[in-house]
Structure formats: C-alpha cells, structure tokens
Design a protein around this ligand. Structure first.
Ligand SMILES: Nc1ncnc2c1ncn2[C@@H]1O[C@H](COP(=O)(O)OP(=O)(O)O)[C@@H](O)[C@H]1O
Ligand SMILES: [Mg+2]
Length: 196
C-alpha cells in the first residue's frame, strides 16, 4: 500500500501523521517512510532518536521501495500543480491532514478542488483537535461530511506529547508520558480505518 500525506498548509501535522501512520503499518508489515520534504523533517526526527521503521529520502527510496509492503510519503506544504500530479499518481490513498480552523479549512477545500482533475483516492484527517469542551473538531468533521467529502471517523487530538516525541526523535508510544498511550491510540484508530 502506498500512502501519501499532503496538504496545502504547513503546520497541520503532515510529518507527524506520516511518521505515526508508518509506525502503525510497521506493526503489520515492513514499512518505509519516504521523506519527500526538502526540510527533511522526518529524517531529522529519525536522526535525533530511533524510529521503528526505515526512513529514506526520495533518491534512496527508489532503490528500497520494492523491499517494503507499505510505503508512506511525507511531502512539503504548498505543492504546485506539477507536484500535485506526482502526489496523486500511483498513490493508493492520499491523507490530507487539516486542523479545525478557518484558514486550514479553506486550504483543504482548495486542495480538494485542485485534486478533482487527478481522480485520486483521498481522505481528510482532522488533526490538532482541541480538548473538550471545545467542539471545533466535531463541528469541522460534520461540516466536511455535510459537504460530501471523505473524512476519517477518528480524529487526532492536540496533545503536547506529540511535540515531546519529535524532540526525542521517537514515536509517541515510546515517550514516558501519561498521554502517550492516548496519543498513540489516535493514530492506531486512523491506521485501522486504512488497513485493519
Ligand atoms: N496532534 C498534535 N498535537 C500537538 N502538537 C502537534 C500535533 N501534531 C503535530 N503537532 C506539532 O505541530 C507542529 C507541526 O507539525 P508537523 O507534523 O511538523 O506539521 P507539517 O508537517 O504539516 O508542517 C510540530 O511542532 C508538531 O510537533
Ligand atoms: Mg512536515
């Protein structure tokens, strides 16, 4: 399975999502995470600590791809039309993370429009969802569903432990923190919606 994570907007949790989906898929079969962002966020992350799956840049990935059952690709923000075409081509599922705020929301709708001509299988994932009693996450999900857009049933909560994991160079399930299992479960639920 080839899964690409992309969004028009930066800071919506693309790299965090790519990394944790790769960690989930690795529990099923060998998984390769391709760091397609020139900022090398995922590679830096893996260099700070240890990740339970292989991380490679695009060049290395060409050589390695055949060895892995699942491939997750992290991408830079603001893809242009050519990059969108590349992203859409050959991917089984495009995951579009979006935070539940007006700016990210508008960017997601623009992206969905730009994707129409490529006939790509995509699903929107709500990320950095604020805790109760804030209803932004549920409201955003409802709005997307009402607009007839494919959206994951599970959402990713906004939890500081994700930042901690990035600093330590590990995935959240490897962090010593009360919220670590809760954060990890968020991505496992999303992973299960992709492959159980
Ligand atoms: N669910 C979350 N809860 C809290 N912080 C998060 C969450 N997801 C990502 N972050 C933090 O938000 C920032 C941007 O995330 P990142 O995955 O790098 O986004 P992108 O790749 O879209 O730019 C990082 O500091 C990251 O640690
Ligand atoms: Mg990133």
């Amino acid at each position: 399975m080839l899964i690409t994570v992309a969004a028009f907007k930066g800071g919506v949790g693309k790299s965090t999502t790519a990394l944790h989906l790769a960690a989930y898929f690795q529990t099923k079969s060998d998984t390769l995470l391709v760091d397609g962002d020139f900022n090398r966020c995922a590679l830096d992350w893996s260099n700070r600590g240890t990740l339970p799956f292989k991380v490679a840049d695009e060049k290395e990935a060409v050589r390695l791809a055949a060895l892995y059952e699942h491939i997750v690709i992290d991408t830079p923000s603001q893809p242009d039309d050519d990059e969108l075409k590349t992203i859409a081509r050959g991917c089984d599922l495009l995951v579009i993370p979006t935070t539940p705020d007006a700016i990210a929301f508008a960017a997601t709708l623009n992206m969905v429009n730009a994707l129409k001509k490529f006939k790509v299988n995509y699903r929107i994932l709500l990320t950095l969802v604020p805790p109760h009693p804030n209803k932004a996450g549920e409201e955003a999900k409802l709005a997307l569903e009402r607009a007839g857009l494919p959206v994951f049933k599970s959402v990713i909560r906004r939890l500081a432990v994700f930042g901690k994991a990035a600093l330590e160079g590990v995935t959240v399930n490897a962090v010593q923190d009360y919220y670590a299992p809760i954060a990890w479960r968020c991505y496992c639920e999303v992973g299960k919606e992709i492959i159980s």
